[in-house]
Design a protein around this ligand. Structure first.
Ligand SMILES: N[C@H](C=O)CCC(=O)O
Length: 423
């Protein structure tokens, strides 16, 4: 079924570490190689077709190769693709973002979510003059030094949540608190308040399986940070434009000091965005002393794809439809699990993010680590054999797009239940 993919991977392993450009793709014994993708479907080089719920790990809320985004990018390309000068679209996109996110007065465009969180943390440290920050255990804020400590996503999948090569001098400034635990957070923040610049968190954890905040948790997080004069950074690289148009902050009604966006904000092209209150943002160079820069930052291609996507989302508001489809899928699978008396599997969703858990639905990183990764991978391969593609790790979320049809959803529920029964 995957002869060509196997051949390609054998060659790739001799040329790239693990044969890949990002570790999470290094599925054992080999990943499938993609030939093309359209709408809800992804096609491999061996001629297999899958209904895709990896969706490139989140950016493709409109599905693969959306025609409107494609046309906009094609016409942008007619005028060139990187200039090294400001462009008018930066202003338009900044206006759109500041109108959707009331916590954001100003933005800085970067190239990736990683770069956005790295810059947001530097900004918080520069603004407060303090070196330490708190992150949540198992959260993933990209692949820069100070956040590769108890990091989720591919770092946990491949057994390297604490990356080698990160100097102890960095690690000592990265404090950790468990998710969904208000007391633990209050204790660590109060104890270190004079040295703490910020707390950074994914409001919904989408990189350590899918972990949903318990009632009132995010409001308490805001209260603790405010009372202790610590900046709150919402890493909305996944949840921005996903949970709702205005992200998790709109969904939960909690206003952070700094926000990072990425993924959907680039409409499938590389982008990162740091946004926040004017008095904080003005600390970025050249108006302030926090240095941040990039040759490709604010390039016309990513901005066109991101702006077009954000415009479509703000005009069409497909969030009810996305939620309905995801809830249908989850309900069908949950009912099937109960009827079929499938042991040790749970499923849950929030808006258009969902996850099948091999074990109890986790509330934090410690419980996520207890899930059965091996059983998940057996399930992953069975899904592929039956034409459904999930991210190849228990420590990732699945994503619904507007391109998924109800037929896709029904077919997927059947396949999931068939595969669970066969396990
Ligand atoms: N969960 C990661 C990003 O959000 C997955 C992407 C990657 O590591 O390649």
């Amino acid at each position: 079924m995957w002869e060509r993919s196997k051949e390609l991977y054998d060659v790739a392993k001799t040329l790239m570490p693990g044969g890949v450009s990002s570790p999470v793709r290094a599925v054992k014994p080999f990943p499938f190689y993609t030939r093309k993708a359209r709408g809800s479907r992804i096609y491999d080089v061996d001629g297999n077709e899958y209904i895709d719920y990896c969706m490139a790990y989140g950016p493709l809320i409109l599905g693969h190769a959306d025609e409107r985004v494609k046309e906009a990018v094609k016409s942008a390309l007619e005028n060139g693709w990187v200039y090294g000068t400001p462009i008018e679209l930066e202003i338009e996109y900044a206006k759109l973002i500041t109108s959707i996110y009331p916590s954001i007065d100003m933005v800085r465009f970067t190239n990736t979510g990683s770069e956005a969180t790295m810059s947001a943390l530097r900004l918080a440290k520069g603004f407060t003059g303090r070196d330490k920050f708190v992150k949540i255990e198992g959260s993933f804020h990209g692949a820069h030094d100070s956040v590769l400590v108890k990091a989720g996503s591919g770092a946990t999948t491949h057994g390297t949540p604490n990356s080698a090569g990160v100097p102890e001098d960095f690690v000592k400034n990265t404090l950790q608190s468990p998710y969904n635990d208000v007391e633990a957070l209050a204790e660590i923040v109060e104890k270190n308040r004079d040295e703490l610049a910020a707390l950074i968190l994914e409001p919904v954890m989408g990189n350590s399986t899918l972990i949903i905040p318990e009632d009132g948790y995010l409001r308490e997080v805001r209260k603790i940070t405010e009372e202790n004069d610590v900046l709150l950074i919402f890493d909305e690289v996944i949840t921005g434009f996903r949970l709702s148009l205005g992200g998790a902050q709109e969904y939960y009604g909690v206003k952070p000091d700094i926000t990072t966006l990425g993924k959907i904000a680039g409409g499938g092209f590389p982008i990162g965005i740091v946004g926040g209150r004017r008095e904080i943002m003005e600390h970025f160079s050249p108006s302030g002393a926090v240095y941040q820069a990039g040759t490709f930052s604010g390039n016309p291609v990513s901005l066109t794809a991101g702006y077009t996507t954000a415009k479509i989302l703000s005009e069409e508001r497909p969030y009810d439809e996305l939620r309905r489809k995801t809830e249908e899928l989850v309900k069908a699978v949950r009912d099937g699990i109960e009827d079929g008396k499938v042991e040790g599997v749970e499923v849950d969703s929030i808006e258009s993010m969902f996850c099948v858990y091999f074990g109890e639905r986790p509330r934090d990183y410690a419980s996520a680590l207890r899930l059965d990764k091996e059983r998940f991978m057996k399930f992953y391969w069975k899904l592929l054999e039956n034409g459904v593609f999930f991210p190849p790790s228990q420590y990732e979320s699945c994503f619904m797009s507007t391109a998924h049809s109800m037929e896709d959803v029904e077919r997927t529920a059947e396949v999931i239940l068939k595969c669970l029964a066969e396990l």
